[in-house]
Design a protein around this ligand. Sequence first.
Ligand code: SAJ
Length: 414
Amino acid sequence: MKLTVLGLGYIGLPTALTFANYGQEVVGVDIDETVIEKLNAGEVHIEEPGLYEIYIDVWQNKRFRASATIEKSDVFIIAVPTPNKHDKYKSCDLGYVEKALISLLPYLEKGNTIIIESTIYPGATEKVLQPIIEAEGYEIGKDIYLAHCPERVLPGNIFRELVENDRIIGGVTEKCTCRVKDIYNLFVRGQLLGASASSAEMSKLMENTFRDVNIALANELVKISDELNLNALEIIDLANKHPRVNIHSPGPGVGGHCLAVDPYFIIAESPQQAQMISKAREINSTMPMFIVDKVKRLMEKSKGNRIALMGLAYKGNVDDVRESPAVKIYQELSNQFTVNVFDPYVKPADCRNDLLKTVSGADLMLILTDHDEFKQFTDEHLKRMNQKIVFDTRNIFPDFSEEVTYYHMGNLPD
Ligand code: SAJ
């Protein structure tokens, strides 16, 4: 089977490589020429465990090719971004998906399958994308098979989850669902769950909204506990000993291109009803400023000026800074303080990427991302600091010596 994957980002590239790894002929297409050039030079532009090794294997075996042009294929998979629009409710911008779909139409033939993996709002497949294909004279379910199959993988663990997770197959007709199930059956070991296209679209949004709302709850409990002089982290641990309670981890905010984006797609479709979802978004998106205020007060009290900021990525062990709360916090704090950044995954121009140098002379170590590397701090690092004050928003700091003043989400600075 020959597949063309449109969009070689965090989802498209691993998906393309997985199909190739399971013996299919795959062409990966992207509008960004630098991505194509890099791949054709044997390099990858994304950091994800296992990605480079799989890429080299399927590229050398000629099962995967990166190309700037689309080719005739049995299956087309669209995995391009769907950002928020700049409108009142930050609704879903289908622009890239529509463009990708229109760009493949000249190569489309009867019997082909089109799969939309990009996250889209309920009804988008049937109301917007289906008519584009039908306008070419094709009948969906007879000439062309169309389905929305949202990806569900966790960055950092993509290759395992692509294979093991259950997957929703939202065909526009029963036949579309059957056809697309056969395609994912090539490598998915989880269940393939048939649904309507709009149920598949909504399910994806519900999944990410569930997580966003739960994180907002944890963050709100931190603020309340702070006011009541209680240690939220200890209490969350206690509450989670209940067999049916699973309070999420509080932190400096919610980032990434999923949880910080997708709930707005629901809000935009039903603004009057989406009360809790809107509030959760508000709580999570104001967390960075909550942390900034705490840091400012801490610096005022300690009369310090140098901050060693640990982590810019939106979460641990990834290189993605999209919507990262750490970036917002960095921008705010660097207006007022000398901020040195260390992130072993993200390498901005002003990032020293030398841990010892970053902490040297610092008055505060501010941990914003839970990279594994940050769990390895030793007394050696602390000794280099001017004032041994640590504010760990991710609850990852290892055992520390007595002399450290240690703040965390259960013990916030006053
Ligand atoms: N976070 C917390 N507290 C927590 C969990 C996460 O503050 O208890 C923060 C993280 O630090 C990060 C953000 O939330 O800033 C999102 O991280 P995440 O690991 O929860 O999720 P993503 O965005 O990496 O991936 C999510 C996943 N969705 C769910 O777990 C429901 C993934 O399965 C989806 O495929 C992905 O979104 C997507 O592409 O939609």
